[in-house]
Ligand binder design. Structure first.
Ligand code: SAH
Ligand code: SF4
Length: 363
């Protein structure tokens, strides 16, 4: 009996992914050491592989010229290196922003963006395929949720761009977890990815150079505060009243503004670290001086900063970006009330690489 095409595809995908060897970036050092021992190799080989991967940014077993051929063959047979196949690369007209669409082994796709600004090389990477939070103004939210990314699939995005920059004698300076997905909905994999990239014997990417952005998953903010990580935290707020925020961000039905700000205050108290609040300025929705004053009242006394960015257009949302004048008035009203605010430049809009514009079709 011939299966209908949709089942055939499902069957193929299952076949493709179920018996695959482990992805090398999914392994932490103890797991890699165990594997190498299982192959009958001494433990120090694991360290050599780790350093090759994360210090030299080697991406294929053939690159490991310091290892015996027999070990390289074992690596090829028992580990997966290629997980992200770049299927589309787009450069913004100013040449400063590069967006890459990657295909995963199960056929699903994610995007990650490199932004060059003065000396900064900031990567915006994804933590999920799609997103379950359904924010109305966000292209990722509009596509719905497909699945979480593994820690290795998150790490692989950084290593892909690290390699690309290495070829230009350049390095990644910042990583923001602001691509597709809600990082706190995929908490463990996201933190494991950060830990792996942070490892001093490996890529050694400083915790303070990561920023996690969340739509406001209160229990995860509490957990994050308790872990006292040095990673920066950004919270997407976008409205200062529940009714308005619910209409933009369904998560607000679960955790309302009062609970969210209480968790943010706890975070600042526990860590002494400043929070960034994200605010997409939408014309005549949330960009008035009055709205700014409401926001200032909400944030009074909290060690924070507001990052406001004119809304980026997405196909599924009819709201319009704010104007320059309205943005300036919003900033002025906030600052008069004692809350520092930056109006962020929109970047990579011509290639749909701006905040909230990342999406991919699910095959
Ligand atoms: N899920 C996380 C991180 C990914 S979204 C979060 O929501 O915080 C990264 C940022 O882009 C968030 O601040 C989000 O609110 C914002 N964003 C989403 N859609 C946008 C749009 N159309 N224009 C501007 N910013 C947008
Ligand atoms: Fe998800 Fe963030 Fe987009 Fe909301 S803004 S749908 S949480 S990716």
């Amino acid at each position: 009996m011939l299966l209908p095409p949709i089942w055939q595809r499902w069957f193929l995908k299952t076949l493709q992914t179920s018996n695959l060897p482990p992805l090398v970036y999914d392994l932490d050092m103890p797991a890699l050491t165990n594997l190498v021992k299982e192959w009958g190799e001494p433990a120090f080989r694991a360290k050599q592989i780790w350093q090759g991967l994360y210090k030299n940014i080697w991406t294929q077993p053939e690159d490991f010229s310091n290892l015996p051929k027999s070990l390289r063959e074992k690596m090829s047979a028992n580990l997966r290196f290629n997980v992200l196949s770049p299927t589309l690369k787009l450069d913004s007209t100013d040449g400063q922003t590069r967006k890459t669409l990657f295909k995963l082994p199960d056929g699903r796709q994610i995007e990650a963006v490199l932004m060059r600004y003065e000396r900064r090389r900031t990567l915006c990477i994804s933590t999920q395929v799609g997103c379950a939070m359904g924010c109305t103004f966000c292209a990722t939210g509009q596509m719905g949720f497909s699945r979480h990314l593994s820690s290795g699939e998150i790490v692989a995005q950084v290593m892909y761009y690290a390699r690309l920059l290495q070829e230009e004698d350049d390095v990644v300076t910042n990583v923001v977890l602001m691509g597709m997905g809600e990082p706190f909905h995929n908490y463990d994999n996201t933190m494991q990815a950060i830990d792996r990239l942070n490892d001093a014997d490996g890529y050694n990417f400083g915790a303070r150079r990561f920023t996690i952005s969340t739509s406001g998953l209160v229990p995860a903010i509490r957990q994050f505060a308790d872990e006292k990580r040095q990673v920066n935290l950004a919270v997407s707020l976008h409205a200062a009243e529940d009714a308005k925020r619910v209409s933009m961000m369904p998560i607000n039905k679960r955790y309302n503004i009062e609970e969210l700000i209480a968790a943010c205050r706890e975070y600042v108290q526990k860590t002494g670290r400043r929070i960034t609040f994200e605010w997409a300025l939408i014309h005549e929705v949330n960009d008035s001086p009055e709205e700014a004053r409401k926001l200032a009242a909400l944030l009074r006394g909290l060690l924070c900063h507001v990052n406001a960015i004119p809304l980026n257009p997405t196909t599924g949302y009819s709201g319009q970006p704010t104007t320059k004048e309205r943005a300036a008035a919003f900033k002025a009203a906030l600052e008069e009330s004692g809350i520092p605010c930056t109006i962020r430049m929109r970047r990579g809009i011509d290639i749909q690489a701006g905040c909230g514009q990342l999406a991919s079709r699910v095959d």
